[in-house]
Write a protein that binds this ligand. Structure first.
Ligand code: GLN
Length: 482
């Protein structure tokens, strides 16, 4: 079942050719055998996963004997990022300060997956508090790129990307605040979707930047991702920012007549030439298949990254204020003051501290207007620029990242170089629009990702474009040998 699509797993289970228990046992054994070298998983939930599988098998048996429908994801194993709450299980956001944190309730996405018959297999490695682009800031372990284990898997949802890329699970959830689903998907050669802001509930997700965060999906195909989103998405009364919009089915994939905008600002100097070639080839192929390629200009593009690195640290410093060892987080010994200082001093990693300091500075009385308020104004302008562009095109195409996976450790002492890895992904979070990364070939023997953006609440267009591209290419059928 390695590299199976969700649909094929569901078909196998429904037909009775295999059981959910057999799938879960095989998945757990596979992770035990092969993940030691990759480090995608922090933990597998063996007992609960087997119990869930047994319940699904009972449903299948009952459906066969007495008729009745099976839930839409019956028996599909799913991995979740370590910042998603699952009752009774640890959720640490790979931060020392949450080392002992056990979820007391289910995040909405987990709740909906379980209700749909999916099986939560385990939790995956990520950057400390979801800050990073390589999964190397995790307090617990490193994760290695399955295409070349000397390379990073991307981040911050690197563990979930590898869980799918290595064939452990057909689908995994991540969260994307500035690219943390799309960028690791690109680095690992899988599909990664960041929905429009509000289309998936954030309830029970450990917050990073609340106006930017969205739960996203890793899979092998756009249609598998669409299926998962139709289950986890939609309005949730626990998240006031979630919207009442059902996920539409993505129809027959076709490039014919698709208007694809190509913004010149996304083809910057300094981007990898081989990556540039793969993207140009993809554009040519789409043109031949009937897409209409429209040259675009999005002049505010260079401001997206600086805007992100104002708003995100500001929101992060506020969200992380609750981890003080008293209300949340591991308590440190000493007097009251010492305890506060030590809990935060020892519990947060260097990147998290950097963002907290930056965010606190940005929000301080003397600087709020010149940084935070200004960034919000630029954000509004960026959003308007996208709105305008989407009047003329269905989707916007760009590279997902300016290069391929880099060497482990290479950017760890250069935060700005690390931030630049997100240059093509952050704008979607700032504008609240939809984005998807799909494999489009290789450069330097490593996967390259192609990004489609679609307007807010127009996610289906990005998924459709991606499905159409996948229907005329087979990059997503290439897998690493690990
Ligand atoms: N790499 C970006 C950051 O460090 C994005 C993180 C994310 O999307 N969670 O902020």
């Amino acid at each position: 079942m390695t590299f199976s699509t969700i649909q094929s797993i569901i078909d196998e289970i429904k037909s009775g050719r295999t059981s959910a228990t057999a799938i879960v046992e095989a998945t757990l054994a596979d992770i035990k055998a092969r993940d030691g070298a990759l480090g995608a998983f922090l933990e597998t939930f063996d007992a609960d996963a087997l119990a869930q599988a047994a319940a699904i098998d009972a449903l299948v048996k009952n459906a066969k004997e007495n008729g009745g429908e099976l839930p839409p994801l019956a028996g599909v194993p799913v991995a979740i990022k370590d910042n998603m709450l699952y009752t009774g299980h640890k959720a640490t956001a790979c931060s020392k300060i949450l080392a002992e944190h056990t979820a007391t309730y289910n995040s909405t996405v987990v709740e909906r997956l379980i209700a749909a018959g999916a099986i939560i297999i385990g939790r995956t490695n990520m950057d400390d508090a979801a800050m990073g682009s390589s999964t190397e800031t995790s307090a617990w372990q490193k994760t290695y790129n399955p295409w070349n284990i000397t390379k990073i898997p991307g981040g911050s949802s690197g563990g979930s990307a590898v869980a799918v890329a290595a064939g452990f699970v057909p689908v995994a959830l991540g969260s994307d605040t500035g690219g943390s689903v799309r960028q690791p998907a690109a680095m690992c050669g899988v599909v990664g979707v960041k929905p429009s802001y509000g289309r998936v509930s954030r309830y029970g997700i450990i917050a990073l930047g609340s106006s930017l965060d969205q739960v996203g999906v890793f899979s092998h195909t756009a249609s598998d991702a669409a299926l998962i989103l139709s289950v986890i998405g939609g309005r949730d009364e626990h998240d006031a920012t979630s919207v009442e919009k059902a996920w539409g089915v993505i129809g027959e994939p076709s490039m014919n007549g698709l208007r694809v905008g190509v913004p010149k600002e996304y083809f910057v100097d300094g981007m990898d030439e081989e990556v540039r070639s793969r993207i140009s080839e993809a554009i040519e192929l789409m043109k031949q298949a009937g897409a209409e390629i429209v040259d675009l200009s999005l002049p505010l593009t260079p401001f997206a990254l600086p805007t992100y690195y104002i708003i995100q640290p500001a929101e992060a410093s506020s969200n992380l204020g609750r981890y003080d060892g008293m209300r949340y987080g591991t308590r440190a010994p000493g007097s009251l003051e010492e305890s506060y200082i030590n809990a935060r001093g020892q519990g947060f990693g260097p990147e998290v501290k950097r963002r907290i300091m930056l965010g606190t500075f940005i929000l301080s009385a003397g600087y709020y207007d010149s940084y935070y308020k200004k960034a919000l104004a630029v954000r509004t302008a960026i959003r308007a620029e996208f709105d305008d562009a989407f009047k003329h095109v269905d989707v916007i195409l760009s590279p997902t990242a300016p290069g391929v996976a880099w060497n482990m450790g290479e950017k760890m002492n250069d935060p700005v170089a690390m931030y630049l890895a997100d240059i093509f992904t952050v704008a979607a979070n700032i504008a609240g629009i939809a984005g998807i990364s799909i494999p489009c070939g290789f450069a330097h023997n490593l996967p390259v990702g192609l990004q489609f953006l679609a307007g807010s609440m127009q996610d289906e267009k990005a998924l459709q474009a991606a499905a159409a591209y996948q229907s005329i290419t087979s990059w997503h059928d290439q897998h690493p040998v690990v």
